[in-house]
Structures are given as C-alpha cells and as structure tokens.
Design a protein. Structure first.
Length: 121
C-alpha cells in the first residue's frame, strides 16, 4: 500500500513590529509561523528580532522570541515585506498555488492578536 506523503499544510501569516537598526525605524513586517513548503520557502528567511524595549523581560508564560521567520519581497529578496505590501504577498500566494483560508482565519482571528490570515498549500 502506498500512502501519499504530501499532505496539505496550513500556516499562519502574522504581522510583527520590528526595529530596523540600520534605518532606526520601527516597521510592521509579515512573518510566518514555520518554514513553509513550496515556492514561499524561497522568500522566507530567519530574521534576528531583538527586544523592542529594554524593559521587556521573558516570563514562563510569555517568552521573548529572538528570531522570526520573516517574509521578504518576492521581487527583491533582500527587502523585508512590510504589511502595506500585503497585496504583493497575496498575488504571490495565489500565483503559486496557495489558498487563503478565510473560514479558518475568521474562526481564529480573535484568538491571535497579530493574525493576518491562514494559508494552505
């Protein structure tokens, strides 16, 4: 018996506040919960995300993540994708076989503060 090893994967796409130490500006960027499969993996990179404030302290219930999986501009992979470029990401996802899961997004949107949407591939 052969079992299909390719199963649908669902990912959460979120926004995250990021301090860019080069431009010395805060910006909202687009991140994903884990390394994706498919073409999206080519524009996702691990990004060092230091604390936004010296007064931020980790707790057992609220750890501070020092790295995030950031989504980069598909046309310039050295440039982070800011939230105002969301239509560019949506076009990329649709053109590469990803599905935006509106029903799941609607169901869980109140449980996650920075959720943009869920996608499946």
């Amino acid at each position: 018996m052969i079992i299909n090893s390719i199963m649908t994967q669902t990912y959460s796409i979120n926004n995250q506040l990021y301090y860019n130490s080069i431009t010395q500006c805060y910006q909202k960027i687009i991140v994903i919960d884990r390394k994706p499969i498919g073409p999206l993996q080519n524009i996702v990179k691990t990004l060092h995300t230091p604390k936004l404030s010296p007064f931020q302290y980790p707790t057992p219930c609220s750890p501070i993540k020092l790295c995030s999986l950031a989504i980069y501009n598909p046309y310039n992979t050295s440039e982070l994708l800011p939230t105002y470029s969301l239509p560019l990401l949506i076009s990329f996802l649709q053109n590469n076989g990803y599905t935006i899961n509106s029903q799941l997004t609607h169901t869980l949107e109140h449980q996650t503060n920075n959720l943009i949407f869920y996608i499946s591939y």
